[in-house]
Design a protein around this ligand. Structure first.
Ligand code: F6P
Length: 381
């Protein structure tokens, strides 16, 4: 009589319930999250999942170098100027190479646009062409790197509108509303990846010991109200009346028309600013102004304002160029600049209303200024 192996006769056992969700060290990974998302679309080919995997890889590569700081031997400037007319840091160039290298052979993209490259970058003919277009800022806020302040990568994914035609700049000139994925990586005390596929915003923290992003911030929401605003006030003499009025009123605090005190913040790193606003509310303004360099704004529509605007809207906040939702603007150039205001809904709506008010009507010096200490002293003298 031949003995049958024990395994063949054993009853199949259901997987144990013994490992509850959220058990230490067993939280949801980005991989699990992506598999779950892919299953919601039974016809999915896995190409989108592969693309997000490559985004993760590019950001992990950059996090690794940024996290080494001076030890990586990559500090300082290259001595070259990018398409924006800005001095490039060595890490800008390296981070750009990391994105390009990661995606060149991934088979998910038809073309890329980067802050650091003048023109559309096509996937070479000897590589498989994918169905997506990627616009990215490889290292945003890079003036902060050498002083060890948080920086980040920002990315926006569109669908290639014509898979049979050669990709040109026009293919990228789609309103931000058409993004299928947007997000950023923030390289701070921890590295986080914050993503939206158009179904909410989710934050993942890099666990360096296991090399995986863990879902730590599911369903991020921007607080609807705030008493915190962020603007580079050194440009105040160039602002439009709507912005001057908004900031004047915040600065007047409890003795002005807002009747409460406000905090002001400015990190000069869009990713850090957006992250703070996603976590605790706030409003960010980089408006267009009267400087020759900023008449159309400073930030770039395709790979800064659009992806951040998409995340903010997905998290229940609001994002505008002052006149209309940023995601409704049809871009006319790859590296187009824009005024950009985003954050807690009620404050952004107020700023939009001030823009409407002061389109035709100038902003008069506010009465609450006359109550200031120095004016009182001056008028007594
Ligand atoms: O676009 C690059 C950037 O560094 C953003 O990250 C940041 O919000 C802004 O520029 C800072 O600009 P400024 O140096 O004019 O305050």
């Amino acid at each position: 009589m031949s003995a049958r192996p024990a395994a063949a006769t054993a009853r199949p056992t259901a997987l144990p319930d013994a490992v509850p969700d959220g058990a230490p060290g067993l939280d949801t990974t980005l991989t699990e999250f992506l598999i779950g998302e892919q299953r919601k679309f039974p016809g999915a080919t896995g190409e989108f999942t592969a693309l997000v995997n490559d985004l993760r890889l590019a950001c992990k590569r950059i996090a690794n170098v940024v996290g080494k700081g001076s030890l990586a031997g990559r500090s300082g400037k290259t001595g070259t100027i990018n398409v924006q007319g800005e001095e490039q840091a060595n890490l800008d160039v390296l981070a750009n190479d990391m994105f390009v290298r990661t995606f060149l052979r991934g088979g998910t993209l038809a073309a890329m646009v980067s802050e650091e490259i003048d023109d559309v970058m096509l996937i070479p003919a000897d590589q498989p062409r994918g169905r997506y277009l990627l616009a990215f800022d490889p290292l945003d806020g890079s003036s902060n790197i050498d002083v060890n302040v948080s920086v980040g990568s920002i990315f926006s994914v569109l669908v290639d509108p014509d898979r049979d035609a050669a990709v040109d700049a026009k293919a990228f000139l789609q309103p931000g509303r058409q993004q299928v994925c947007a997000g950023y990586a923030i390289y701070g005390p921890t590295t986080m990846l914050v993503l939206s596929f158009g179904r909410g915003v989710h934050g993942f923290t890099l666990d360096r010991e296991i090399g995986e992003f863990i879902l730590t911030h599911p369903g991020m929401q921007v607080a609807p109200e705030t008493s915190e605003f962020a603007i580079n006030a050194s440009n105040s003499r160039f602002w439009e009346p709507a912005v001057t009025r908004y900031v004047d009123e915040c600065l007047a605090g409890s003795s002005g028309p807002r009747g409460r005190d406000f905090n002001m913040r400015w990190v000069a790193s869009l990713v850090a600013e957006a992250h703070r606003i996603l976590l605790r509310g706030g409003v960010f303004l980089y408006p267009r102004d009267d400087r020759a360099s900023a008449r159309r704004g400073k930030l770039r529509l395709l790979y800064e304002a659009n992806p951040i605007g998409f995340l903010i809207e997905q998290a229940g906040g609001r994002a505008t160029n002052g006149e209309r939702p940023i995601l409704e603007v049809t871009p006319s150039a790859l590296h187009q600049r824009t005024g950009f205001v985003f954050g807690s809904r009620s404050e952004v709506e107020r700023i939009e209303a001030y823009h409407r008010d002061h389109n035709t009507r100038p902003y008069d010096a506010p009465l609450f200024r006359a109550r200031g200490l120095f004016r009182d002293v001056a008028s007594q003298g």
